[in-house]
Design a binder for this molecule. Structure first.
Ligand SMILES: *C/C=C(C)/C=C/C=C(C)/C=C/C1=C(C)CCCC1(C)C
Length: 267
């Protein structure tokens, strides 16, 4: 249990407004992904459907997170004191347990690596993701200055490093097999994954790093919120972009054939 903290009204409002922004981002992107469905070939609609489900699950959890935030503080002498059971961090972990495996499936599906490769990849990545989240959870509930927090965090980082390393190298390998235009998006996605997923462990260690627990709480909540916006709606937009470019490339194989003819006649 995190010790009782007191926030200034500015700190409280900052997190409050960020949660509200995340809710808007999640539901707006869900609507957008649904409306864009017709723009992509059936082969990519599953990936887009998963992207939609991910932002809906996260949007729902942020509604609960928002509620928990407003219920855990009360104005006492001009600042916000923690009351009752305190803020429930559990919603995030339940959310990640559902959305992280789905995000991995979304990525593998849109790359269309073939059934065998996709299956092998997911049987490595999904258990690693589950282990990472389940090991981080008890640490998140440990006191800010405890060694338990550090130990669980380090344990969770082992599957995390493995996961990010596999994703980064696999995405790198698939670059050469993607149609023109898609390779740039896949490369951007590779960096987006590396940077945003690394923001989570950084937000996690905030309570151990900052002496002032009010600052630590704001950094942690802001870190997780911004990371979630990038890792779910923005990531989904890149998946949609890949699906649209690939749909066009599949529908217009003429471009590829013409290029082949020109090259052949030039020889
Ligand atoms: C949509 C949610 C996503 C992509 C969540 C990702 C979460 C992580 C990459 C969490 C990683 C953690 C560590 C590497 C160590 C400390 C504990 C965690 C679980 C915060």
């Amino acid at each position: 249990m995190i010790g009782l903290i007191q926030l200034s009204s500015g700190q409280y409002q900052l997190v409050y407004n960020l949660f509200s922004l995340v809710i808007a981002g999640m539901f707006a992107s869900a609507v957008f992904f649904i409306l864009m469905r017709q723009q992509v070939a059936p082969a990519y609609q599953t990936a887009l459907a998963i992207a939609t489900v991910v932002v809906l699950i996260a949007g729902y959890h942020y509604l609960r997170i928002f509620d928990s935030w407003t219920n855990s503080f009360e104005v006492v002498n001009g600042s916000l004191a923690q009351v009752g059971l305190g803020f429930n961090e559990g919603y995030r972990y339940v959310d990640w347990l559902l959305t992280v495996p789905l995000l991995l499936a979304e990525l593998v599906l849109v790359l269309r690596l073939g059934w065998e490769r996709s299956r092998t990849l997911l049987t490595k990545l999904v258990p690693a993701a589950m282990a990472m989240i389940l090991l981080g959870w008890p640490g998140e509930l440990s006191p800010p200055d405890s060694s338990a927090r550090i130990v669980w965090g380090v344990l969770a980082t082992i599957p995390f490093v493995y996961l990010v390393w596999v994703l980064f190298t696999q995405l790198g390998k698939s670059l050469g097999r993607q149609p023109a235009g898609v390779d740039k998006i896949v490369s951007g996605m590779r960096w987006l994954l590396l940077i945003t997923w690394s923001a989570y462990p950084l937000a996690y260690i905030a309570p151990s790093v900052f002496d002032n627990q009010a600052t630590a709480e704001v950094v942690r909540q802001a870190g997780y919120s911004v990371a979630d916006l990038l890792a779910k709606p923005l990531f989904g937009l890149l998946v949609l972009a890949i699906a649209i470019v690939k749909t066009r490339a599949d529908a217009d194989p003429g471009t590829a054939t013409d290029v082949a003819k020109v090259t052949a006649s030039a020889n």
